[in-house]
Ligand binder design. Structure first.
Ligand code: URA
Length: 439
């Protein structure tokens, strides 16, 4: 008699470093989604994967099982190659806001499902919601319609998409199994592939403000995601980018919307513009609208200069219930009631910035969440006046805090501690690292 499969045996095999079959992985994920595999068993499995890793076949099976644990959206009715971008999360990373409308305005459909901020990193959904009226919880039918009609929709993950990931991430969060490349890969890809995309550009961050602090870990994560995504039939490109200082000068929700509007008007900080252009060029190339990356860069820069990207953002805001007048009247965005300068304690040159601490300062003011259920204040955040290599005099503002009623002293301390000022020369680290593509 053939013995029925048991979660215990699958966990036992992984614990001992033996390869799992596709059927065993599907059995486990399916049971976990339905509730017949207990949370403690799935937690034990996650810890076994943390120590033993996964072979490419196992990881493709895990990603596939998580992807098919819920609804997989079908966008085949939308013409063109549908391309999205995913960033592993940074501080001041508002790139999705100018990028998605710019790429859509050039003819590549962008179905974008984003997340909320947690800890020191911000989230695209929170930034968008600081635009009065903007709704991110649209139905799947509206999501399809907007991608078809205006080439872009910016929404949050619905309960129906990759429910196994939602449940598993909650367990990983409390069992010290988040920082695990196979589990991160299957988590991100299962959600992204459920959006109905054909191709994906990954922005994998490294450095003091990133999830992956070392460039080697970031490279391994990027290559693993590219390989598994490619195996699953998608065109995937990854760019490694530096997070040793925040992106742009604004950190905080409404503040980052303002900076994104600057970029959509052909202005804005050069690092934000360069990253928007580079990721946009990759998306246009994958979307078969650009002949080469250089052509993509040219097209993208043009869309920022000539107002077509801004015009498309206006359409998206309007279609998602928001007040598009914010694009021409910044006063309609929420604003903090007070500002406070954080001043340099000594003269010298900024040697380094602890990017994570800048994100935490914004969080302490109410701009981010310590726990997923926390409410955020869209008005607050940090405006930076110095970057690595900037010469400052004693008492010169390093940053301005936009504050309301929370965490001012703690945020001030956190921010002061984030800047290391010394006498030697210091160079801004290059923004771009490696570019990784599938076989
Ligand atoms: N983001 C995700 O969506 N999943 C992870 O596992 C880590 C970061």
């Amino acid at each position: 008699m053939v013995r029925a499969m048991r979660a215990y045996d699958v966990i036992h095999k992984k614990r001992d470093g033996l390869p799992l079959t596709k059927e065993e992985i599907e059995f486990l994920v399916d049971g976990f989604t339905k509730g017949t595999v207990a949370d403690y068993q799935m937690s034990a499995f996650a810890m076994a994967v943390f120590f033993r890793g996964m072979l490419p076949d196992e990881l493709a099976a895990l990603t596939g099982a998580m992807l098919h644990s819920g609804e997989v959206l079908d966008l085949s009715e939308v013409n063109g190659v549908k391309v999205d971008k995913h960033s592993t999360g940074g501080v001041g990373d508002k790139i999705s806001l100018p990028l998605a409308p710019a790429v859509a305005s050039l003819g590549v459909p962008v179905p974008m499902v984003s997340g909320r901020g947690l800890g020191h990193t911000g989230g695209t959904l929170d930034k968008l919601e600081s635009i009065p009226g903007f709704k991110v919880n649209l139905s799947t039918a509206d999501y399809r319609r907007l991608v078809r009609e205006i080439g872009c929709c910016l929404i949050g993950q619905t309960a129906e998409v990759a429910p196994a990931d939602k449940k598993l991430y909650a367990l990983r969060d409390v069992t010290a199994t988040v920082e695990c490349i196979p589990l991160i890969t299957s988590s991100i890809l299962s959600k992204k592939l459920a959006e109905g995309i054909d191709a994906l550009v990954l922005d994998v961050k490294f450095g003091s403000g990133a999830f992956m602090k070392s460039v080697d870990d970031a490279e391994l994560l990027a290559q693993t995601m590219v390989d598994i995504g490619t195996r699953m039939g998608k065109h995937v490109v990854a760019r490694l980018t530096n997070m040793d200082q925040p992106l742009g000068i604004m950190v905080g929700n409404a503040l980052e919307v303002e900076e994104s509007i600057d970029v959509l008007e052909g202005r804005g900080p050069s690092d934000v513009v360069d990253l928007t252009v580079e990721l946009g060029a990759e998306m246009l190339f994958l979307g078969k609208v650009a002949k080469s990356l250089d052509d993509g860069r040219d097209q993208l820069r043009r869309s920022l200069r000539d107002g077509s990207a801004k015009e498309r953002f206006g359409k998206i805001i309007e279609a998602q219930g928001g007040d598009r007048r914010v694009l021409d009247d910044r006063k309609l965005l929420p604003r903090a009631p007070k500002k406070l300068d954080v001043k340099a304690p000594r003269a010298g040159i900024v040697q380094s910035i602890q990017t994570e601490a800048v994100g935490i300062a914004s969080m302490l003011l109410g701009g981010g969440r310590q726990r997923s259920e926390d409410a955020i204040d869209p008005r607050v955040g940090v405006e930076l006046h110095a970057s690595i290599g900037t010469r400052v005099e004693v008492g010169q503002p390093l940053a301005t805090l936009h504050v309301a009623d929370r965490g001012v002293d703690d945020a001030c301390q956190k921010l002061l501690g984030a800047f290391r000022i010394g006498d030697g020369d210091a160079m801004r680290p290059p923004l771009f690292g490696q570019r990784l593509t599938g076989a």
